[in-house]
Design a protein around this ligand. Sequence first.
Ligand code: GLA
Length: 378
Amino acid sequence: MKEQIQAQFKQRFGTDSVVYASAGRINLIGEHTDYNGGFVFPGAIDKYIMAAININGTDKVRVLSMDMDAYCEFGLNEEDAPQEQWARYIFGVCRETIKRGGVVKGFDTVFAGNVPLGAGLSSSAALESCFAFALNDLFNDNKIDKFELAKIGQSTEHNYCGVNCGIMDQFASVFGKKDCLMRLDCRSLEHEYFPFHPDGYKLVLLNSKVKHELVDSPYNKRRESCERVAATLGVETLRDATYTMLADVRDKVSDEDYRRARFVIGEKQRVLDVCDALERGDYETVGRCMFETHDGLSRDYEVSCEELDYLNDVARECGVTGSRIMGGGFGGCTINLVKEERYDNFIATAKEKFNRKYGHEPEVINVIISDGAHKVED
Ligand code: GLA
């Protein structure tokens, strides 16, 4: 990909360029816990957004998206974000860097990627982190710390894309490390790397290719539910809530909000249980927790859909160790931990049954846990 985007860059802008990359992510467990101050357990993957960049000596940014064959330019002193959604990510990263006292000057860029879009693998965080990292390297002597780079991406989502997301995706994309998952405490941002070599198992994603329209922004609504319950409990976030506390306010919150909070409280604990189990090499417990997460996301948090529930059922039938919907939900992938000897049968069965029911096969995505944002050296 590097050679291709550099060649495109040369053709379009006539100069050489430097190349930066940042990764999509998986999350083994800990969904919708980040904006509740809880724990998550993600890792960066070998699917990237890459950008070839060169400083252009103006106050303008000129961007070519290779995958979309679309071009956009904007001024660094303009208040108004571009109309094109994909360009808003880059505009947002520039603005948020400047807002934090960072330097950004005009540049030309061509970018492309192989993070599947709308699959719950955080292609947008990869795009944000790629540019946040690049602007830090090109204009700021790498003086902006990595936490701030992740927050630049997160604020871009909040202020330019209308998604009140947590910090998980951008954190994973910036801090990712080869062969390691990261347990991140989203309240303190303390994190620990866990080498992840599930010997005898494979980790595979099945992309339903379903993208449900996020009408009325259901993601933000989930977050609002959690915040309402936290306010009723008098705590800052649901990180500080327990089942007992929740039971005490049962009649003060709506049934829907109650179920949302019940999921989050359980999920917070499951991340810790999975980390302990991994240290013991106890993949059965890891898998059981994954199924519990799926059930909670489907029934209490209501971010699953028929197709993903079906993939989860097929995984159970095939004796998969653990399976669940991954990411924000409303479509996208399941993440599956499967014993090597059951892998072929699981994949063949899932493809065949899903195709029969929904008219297309799920896409099989194998991932390698990889490094996060970096400069791509020659
Ligand atoms: C999306 C958001 C993350 C996180 C997940 C759900 O990916 O961007 O911040 O909330 O959903 O765990």
